[in-house]
Design a protein around this ligand. Structure first.
Ligand code: IP8
Length: 264
């Protein structure tokens, strides 16, 4: 049983304070993952055995450093500057953040290992160039790959931010996990009346699209519209839930959390 869990930056960091970590949240998350593994491992064998990939974004590490290296040109387009040092600085900030998360997972007895996108992932015309052979082999060994947002290059040798929101749909499509979990700082996807939509499926996707498209069209990596559509199109059961609520990571991994379920 494969689960992909994306930990939103806002549940791990205070975005107003560079290099801040929400330690209470982080240790609760690690504790609940461990609890899930321990319970599940006792009662399952073969392909039922839980396998996990964790994804996290830039949080208050990658974003402030990346911002120092991005300016708007005369046409209002974003461009990277001073990247002779910038690539390393962004990479370093993300390594630091990733190291903190992995160390805490390891403290709780979870065999987490780092996957550093800036060293081997790039954007190509046809999509992401991201060889998953190593990730698959790590999973076979019961390791928990932890992939993070990062700085990468594209086919034209331009710099590009690789977001956790690029990683998640790619992994969902390529690995077809049983469950794709989005731990965010909201209770799920809201409708126009600010009620949580419990289930998004082919029955209501058109209405949901209408409700969301006006609110978050401009946010390229993090918008709820994009997130919902990527989940829906991946064909993998996805749940968007509040990762700040204690107990929710365990419940989500158990496929039993309050939030928005998205399935085709
Ligand atoms: O927070 C951004 O990842 P995201 C990564 O998932 C960097 O969008 C380096 C800012």
């Amino acid at each position: 049983m494969l689960i992909v869990l994306k930990l939103g930056g806002s549940i791990l960091c205070d975005k107003n304070i560079p290099y801040s970590v929400k330690w209470d949240n982080l240790s609760t998350i690690c504790k609940e993952i461990k609890q899930f593994f321990d319970e599940k491992q006792l009662h399952s064998k073969g392909s039922e055995k839980p396998k996990l990939i964790i994804i996290h974004g830039g949080g208050s590490f990658g974003h402030p450093v990346a911002k120092k290296h991005i300016i708007k040109d005369e046409n209002g387009n974003s461009k990277f500057i001073n990247m002779e040092t910038g690539y390393w600085e962004i990479q370093k900030a993300m390594r630091k953040f990733n190291d903190i998360i992995i160390s805490e997972l390891q403290n709780y007895g979870i065999s987490a290992v780092s996957i550093q996108p800036s060293s081997f992932i790039m954007f190509k015309k046809e999509g992401l160039h991201f060889d998953l052979e190593v990730v698959k082999r790590m999973l076979e060994k019961d390791l928990v790959p932890v992939i993070h947002g990062d700085i990468v290059l594209d086919e034209l040798n331009e710099y590009k931010i690789f977001s956790g929101d690029h990683a998640l749909p790619y992994l969902s499509i390529e690995l077809k996990p049983d469950l794709s979990l989005h731990a965010s700082d909201v209770n799920g996807v809201w409708d126009e009346n600010k009620h949580i939509i419990e289930l998004i499926s082919s029955n209501n996707i058109e209405n949901v699209k209408k409700a969301l498209s006006s609110s978050s069209k401009e946010d390229v990596t993090g918008g709820m519209y994009l997130k919902v559509m990527e989940c829906f199109n991946s064909g993998v059961k996805s749940i968007i839930f509040n990762g700040n609520t204690a107990g929710n990571i365990y419940k989500a991994m158990s496929n039993n959390v309050d939030g928005t379920i998205i399935e085709k």
